[in-house]
Structures are given as C-alpha cells and as structure tokens.
Design a protein around this ligand. Structure first.
Ligand SMILES: *Cc1c(COP(=O)(O)O)cnc(C)c1O
Length: 224
C-alpha cells in the first residue's frame, strides 16, 4: 500500500482549524489505494481523466464525492454528468453551457468552479481575469440556470519554488474570487469555494485564503 496515513492525519488536522476541504487527488492510483483512504474517512476524491473517473466510480462506494479536476472536453461531459460532485476546471462559456445541457438531461444540478489562470506558464488551462468577467456578463443572461451551480473559483500557481511568486499568485486568485463574489454572487451562499493549493504549496495557499486544497502526492506518494 502506498497511502501515507500519517500524512493524511496531519493534513486533516491542519485543515480542520480553518474549515478547509481536502480533495484527495487519486489520478493514476489504484482502487485499493482509494479504498484505503476512504476507509480512513476521506470522501472527496479528484480525478483528471474522464475514462479513468468513470471506471473508478463504477467500482467504488457510491457515497464518494468525485471531483473532476482536469481539462474537460465538451463531448465528454455526458459521461460524468450523472454522478460528478464538482467540476473544477470550467474554462469556457461553451463548456458551461454543455454542462447545463447535460445536467438537465441527467436531472441534476451540477456544481462547477471556474478555472482562472494566474501562473506565469504557457501550459496551464484557464481563463484570464478579463475573460472570466466577460463569461459572467454573458452567463447572467442565461435563462435556464437551474442545472448549473457556480460554486467558486479554481486556480493553479506556477511550478516554482519561489515562495513570493506563489504567494502573489494565490493572493491574485483570492482577489479575483472576492471581486466576482461581490459583483455577481453576493447573495449566493453556494458561491463559497476557492480551490487552490497542491502538495507542494498548500500551506501558502491556505495562508492566502484557500477553502479547498487538492492534494495527491503527499497522500499517495509520487506518481511515476
Ligand atoms: C495532479 C493535480 C493535483 C495534485 O497534485 P500533487 O502535487 O500530487 O498534490 C492538484 N490539482 C490538479 C489540477 C492536478 O492535476
């Protein structure tokens, strides 16, 4: 078994104080590993690939809350719409509209986070701050909003050891979260999630206002 129970316990304790939620990132990890963490009390798990998520969901306990944290293609939304708990990487109006359509078909409201890009890298997905506000301007005219619940913002910092850079990127995400909340979701209690922080940088993310961290390698060991 490669699950690090000691690390799990200490992270849980750390997060409890601030009421921060933990998503255990289980991509490329086995059913046995996920079950081991589930049996330790973990219910939220995150996956990056649709097919892998579908396969695992079918085999694992039905009270697991599955988070989709990868880049989601519109033509694949239908496969996860019936069960997904939170789609974290929504990065276009088109994707949001597709999720709405598939939510309606599945007869359930689907929770989403908008992914915002703040890192200084070219490879990361997500919306710029400007694109994000444009999206909300268009989305607010949407007449059939019952099938999508926008719950907040997700972001990733640069892949760097530079603490000051990481901190300023997390701070930027928090400012964007507050601005969006103030402008569009002030009276929406469901808009309460700022998903930022991974194994290497979650402590900084929490200091800067994260409400949900996505942690893989600290719990399951490094992926090869
Ligand atoms: C893989 C992944 C994580 C977890 O990364 P670790 O460094 O293993 O904690 C978090 N968020 C996203 C979007 C990921 O793809």
């Amino acid at each position: 078994m490669s699950v690090n129970q000691t690390s799990y316990r200490s992270i849980i304790t750390e997060l409890e104080a601030g009421n921060i939620r933990l998503v255990a990132v289980s991509k490329m990890k086995t059913i046995a590993d996920i079950l081991e963490l589930y049996n330790a009390g973990q219910l939220d798990f995150g996956e990056n690939y649709v097919q892998e998520l579908q396969e695992k969901q079918a085999l694992l306990p039905s009270d697991i809350r599955w988070h989709f944290i990868g880049h989601l293609q519109t033509n694949k939304v239908k496969y996860i719409a019936p069960f997904v708990h939170l789609i974290q990487g929504v990065d276009s109006l088109k994707l949001l509209q597709t999720i709405q359509k598939e939510g309606k078909k599945a007869g359930r409201k689907i929770n989403c986070l908008l992914q915002v890009f703040v890192a200084q890298e070219e490879t990361k997905y997500g919306l710029s701050e400007e694109e994000l506000f444009t999206l909300f301007e268009e989305w607010k005219h949407n007449s059939d909003g019952n099938w999508v619940q926008i719950c907040g913002i997700m972001g990733m910092a640069s892949f760097t050891e530079n603490q000051e850079q990481l901190r300023s990127e997390f701070r930027k995400l928090k400012l964007i979260f507050d601005a969006v909340k103030g402008k569009y979701f002030d009276t929406v209690p469901e808009f309460n999630t700022l998903s930022m922080g991974m194994s290497g940088d979650y402590k900084l993310a929490i200091e800067e206002g994260s409400t949900m961290v996505r942690i893989g390698s600290l719990l399951f060991g490094t992926r090869i």
